[in-house]
Design a protein around this ligand. Structure first.
Ligand code: HEM
Length: 254
C-alpha cells in the first residue's frame, strides 16, 4: 500500500463540517510526525496517553456536575452522572491494556523519548486526586450531617436503601475503580519495564505502592468490617459447619 497516500488521507484536510466541528486537523496533529517516531509502537503509546487524558478531562467535568447536583440533593442526577464516571473509569482501565501489546524491548526505545516525563505530572490524574475529597465534603454535608445520619446509620442501623445509601455506593464504586486502575497500571509496569528495575527503586515504586493502599473514602469501607463484626458477635467468632445445625444455616439457635 502507498504509505504516504494513506498518511495524508487519515489526517483529512480539515475543511468539512465534521472536521471543523471536531477540530480533527488539530486533534490528528497532536502526535509526533510519522517520520519522527522512535518505532512503530510509539504512536500507540502517545495516543493511549492522550485518550486517557481526554477521558480524565470528561471525568473531572462530570464530577463538577455531580458535586453541584449533590449540593442540590438531586440524587437521580447524581447517580446517572456517576454511572458515566464509572464507565469512563472502566475505559481508562481497559485501554491501558493496549500497551501490553508493546514488547518490553520496544518500550525501552520509547522510554528514551520521554525526557523526565512522569505519569505523576498527568493534569487529569492530579485534578481527580484533588476533587475526590471535596466530593466527600459535599456528600457529608448533604446526606450525613444534613439528614442527621452517620455512615453506620445509612448502611446498618437505619438502612433503608435511600438516597444517602445509593450515593454512598456510587462513591464506593468510584473509589474502587480508581484503585483498580492503579492495580492494572502496576501490572502494566511489571510487564513493560519490570518492577525490580534499578531505576524504579526508591521513590517511584513507593509512590505506586502508596497509591495502591490509599482510599478516597475510608469511612465507606470501614463500615463493612464493623457490620461483619457486629453481626458476627451474635453467633460468635466461629460458626458451626452447615451440617451441624438443625436448619443447615450454620447459625446456632439461641
Ligand atoms: C508502558 C507504560 C507505562 C509505564 C512503564 C509507566 C510507568 C510509570 C511509573 C514507573 C510510575 C511511577 C512514578 C514515576 O516514576 O513517574 C508511573 C506513574 C503514573 N503513571 Fe504510568 N506508566 C505507563 C503508562 C501509563 C498510562 C497509559 C497512564 C495513563 C494515564 C499512566 C498514568 C500514570 C499516573 C497517573 C501515574 C502516577 C500514579 C500515582 O501517583 O499513583 N501511566 N507510571
Amino acid at each position: 500500500m502507498n504509505r504516504e497516500k494513506y498518511y495524508e488521507m487519515i489526517g483529512g484536510d480539515g475543511t468539512l463540517d465534521y472536521e471543523i466541528y471536531l477540530n480533527t486537523h488539530s486533534l490528528l496533529s497532536c502526535q509526533k510526525p510519522y517520520d519522527a517516531l522512535a518505532n512503530h509502537d510509539e504512536l500507540q503509546f502517545q495516543i493511549v496517553h492522550q485518550v486517557e487524558e481526554l477521558w480524565m478531562k470528561l471525568m473531572a467535568f462530570t464530577l463538577l456536575e455531580i458535586d453541584d447536583y449533590m449540593a442540590e440533593r438531586q440524587s437521580n442526577r447524581v447517580l446517572t452522572l456517576f454511572r458515566r464516571v464509572h464507565l469512563l473509569q472502566q475505559h481508562l482501565i481497559s485501554q491501558i491494556a493496549l500497551l501490553e501489546t508493546m514488547s518490553p524491548k520496544e518500550y525501552q526505545e520509547i522510554r528514551l523519548q520521554l525526557g523526565n516525563g512522569s505519569g505523576q505530572e498527568s493534569p487529569g490524574f492530579r485534578t481527580l486526586l484533588k476533587m475526590a475529597p471535596e466530593l466527600w465534603d459535599t456528600f457529608e454535608r448533604v446526606y450525613l450531617t444534613g439528614d442527621g445520619k452517620s455512615v453506620d446509620d445509612i448502611y446498618d442501623g437505619g438502612y433503608d436503601h435511600g438516597d444517602g445509601f445509593m450515593v454512598a455506593e456510587a462513591m464506593a464504586d468510584f473509589d474502587e475503580l480508581f484503585q483498580r486502575f492503579r492495580y492494572h497500571h502496576i501490572q502494566l509496569i511489571h510487564r513493560s519495564i519490570g518492577l525490580d528495575a534499578k531505576s524504579l527503586k526508591g521513590r517511584p515504586v513507593e509512590i505506586l505502592q502508596n497509591g495502591l493502599k490509599s482510599q478516597f473514602y475510608p469511612a465507606l469501607w470501614s463500615v463493612r468490617g464493623r457490620m461483619t463484626d457486629n453481626w458476627g458477635a451474635s453467633y460468635g467468632r466461629e460458626r458451626e459447619a452447615l451440617g451441624a445445625t438443625s436448619d443447615g444455616s450454620g447459625i446456632k439457635a439461641h
